[in-house]
Design a binder for this molecule. Structure first.
Ligand code: GLC
Length: 554
């Protein structure tokens, strides 16, 4: 290495080092009920998760986002919180939690908790007080409203989980609003005392050492203060999700929500190096508003476009371009491939295309979030009606809206119950677990798991992939390609979504390309000049070299 080379390398490394961990890192969602059970009750727990940290370290992820572990009647599996600062005994104790933080940090893994501020459980002491009388001091912590003038609910708002969103309380003769289950009354974020109480919840966990929060349904927090009716959705058709019948114009995404987000952000910023992530399902131009004025909003407004996209090169190219163009100055992008609310990628697009999706997620510009089990190619599991757990499926059956299929236990080994539990698992385990599991796939260089672990390793070793710029290459037919570049270092990503081979002329991109990874077969190390050949449904990651870098002497 010449001194110039070493200067270059140092320069690139220090540029990457100036980014924050949540910008450089890969986030991995753990749905705690389904990750690892340590005590044989069929439900995952904190000790189980701790026992799998070494696996996560090996996989190379940087942060775990843990879905709710708080005390809860589990009507919505933890998204109905009865005590924000207590651990549900199913998952363990506060001592287990403290150990979880220590063990994660010992392995350089950050821990992100799920914060559920929009609603509590109807068993939360705050709600029990609030409903006890109209003049209870906590009455204003929830959203109570008189019946409509002629009787009946105050307006036409719908619950996300089916039916109306207002529940009548005969004792105090008012309705309360619930955007989700009737057992999940919405909190009133216009009430200053409630805001203080919720900020204290954040403080509690920040003091215990958590590295940040994923904030549940952030765009829901503030509703129209006049409670106007929502307009009908002209595109809704029979057989679709009944909640979509109305446009959520007045019930979500109100301008005042941004002041609330800023309060949270200021609090989080008082602690070093923490992150605030928002769950927000909105069109891009409104989503990016959640970065806040002068970036005073969340660090990461989750970008769910890959969950919802039509799976073809042209649509994905458009999504990338529109998203990149919409990002406010100085903001950091992110991409999500799966979560506990949406069908798994392997079921949405098939296993072969899921390999492309992995390469896409881990080579795009911005923080990637992946869902547990997607890295081994887990698919949705069909749940017999008698086994259904999800309240969404119970309330709105048969439309394919239920979320149990994507929440089945993690598949660790080919042994009984996939090594997840000694007991009876709370949801059935996929029948093909003897082939699709961590232990089997770790030893197979062509498995989904090997692909993921290689992609994550290359990403974290290469500043061009971790923090470099993204240069789109014109999309033709089924081929999506782009270049990631940081200084002298550059990679081409070429993803063939089609079933016919494609070629891409790379002469203008560099002197030669060297294949780093293929989603298909091992072509690593192959050199290419001129036309790059991409097999059907193949994804390629190619290092682009200048003449000097290639070391070519011919
Ligand atoms: C979020 C969660 C989902 C939950 C809902 C209500 O969308 O991701 O699982 O049911 O909020 O809290």
């Amino acid at each position: 290495m010449t001194s110039e080379d070493s200067f270059q390398t140092q320069n690139i490394a220090s540029r990457a080092a100036s980014y924050l961990w949540w910008q450089r890192g890969v986030i991995y969602e753990v749905y705690p009920r389904s990750f690892m059970d340590s005590n044989g009750d069929g439900v995952g727990d904190l000790k189980g998760l701790i026992s799998r940290f070494d696996y996560l370290r090996w996989l190379g992820i940087d942060a775990v986002w843990l879905s709710p572990i708080y005390r809860s009647p589990m009507k919505d599996f933890g998204y109905d919180v009865a005590d924000y600062t207590a651990i549900h005994p199913l998952f363990g104790t506060m001592e287990d939690f403290d150990r979880l933080v220590r063990e994660a940090h010992a392995r350089d893994i950050k821990l992100i908790l799920d914060f559920v501020p929009n609603h509590t459980s109807d068993r939360h002491p705050w709600f029990i007080e609030s409903r006890s009388s109209r003049d209870n001091p906590k009455r204003g912590w929830y959203i109570w409203h008189d019946p409509a003038p002629g009787g009946g609910p105050p307006n036409n708002w719908l619950s996300n989980f089916g039916g109306g969103a207002w529940e009548y309380d005969p004792k105090t003769e008012q309705y309360y609003y619930h955007a989700f289950l009737r057992e999940q009354p919405d909190l009133n974020w216009r009430n200053p005392q409630l805001v203080e109480a919720m900020l204290n919840v954040l403080r509690f966990w920040l003091e215990r050492g958590v590295d940040g929060f994923r904030v549940d349904v952030l765009w829901h927090l503030i509703k129209d203060d006049q409670f106007r009716d929502n307009p009908p959705n002209p595109y809704w058709r029979e057989g679709a999700d009944p909640y979509q019948k109305l446009l959520e114009l007045h019930s979500t995404d109100q301008a005042e929500v941004h002041a609330v987000v800023t309060r949270m952000r200021h609090l989080v910023d008082q602690y070093q190096d923490r992150v605030l992530i928002g769950e927000i399902y909105l069109p891009v131009e409104r989503l990016v508003q959640y970065y806040g004025i002068d970036l005073s909003g969340v660090h990461v407004p989750f970008n769910f476009q890959l969950l919802l996209a039509k799976w073809n090169a042209r649509d994905i190219a458009r999504i990338i371009a529109e998203y990149e163009a919409a990002l406010p100055k100085g903001s950091w992008p992110n991409w999500v491939l799966g979560n506990h609310d949406r069908p798994r990628i392997a079921s949405r697009v098939g296993l072969t295309q899921a390999r492309l999706a992995a390469m896409l997620l881990l080579t795009l510009r911005g923080t990637p979030t992946l869902y547990y089990g997607d890295e081994i190619g887990m698919h949705d599991v069909e749940i017999q009606p008698a086994k259904v757990q999800d309240p969404f499926e119970k309330n709105v059956p048969g439309l394919g809206l239920g979320r149990d299929p994507q929440r089945t236990p993690m598949q660790w080994t080919a042994a009984k119950n996939a090594g997840f539990t000694e007991g009876e698992p709370w949801l059935p385990i996929a029948e093909d677990y003897p082939q699709i599991n961590v232990e089997t796939e770790r030893d197979d260089p062509f498995s989904m798991l090997s692909l993921y672990s290689q992609l994550i390793k290359v990403r974290s070793a290469e500043p061009a992939l971790e923090v470099g710029v993204l240069e789109p290459v014109e999309t033709t037919g089924d081929l999506l390609s782009y270049v990631r570049r940081d200084g002298e270092s550059a990679f081409l990503v070429a993803l063939n979504f089609g079933t016919k081979p494609e070629t891409l002329n790379i002469s203008g991109m560099g002197f030669e390309g060297r294949i780093t990874l293929s989603t298909w077969l091992n072509r690593s190390g192959d050199s290419v000049r001129g036309n790059l050949y991409i097999r059907p449904e193949e994804g390629l990651l190619v290092r682009l070299l200048t003449q000097t870098q290639s070391g070519d002497v011919r």
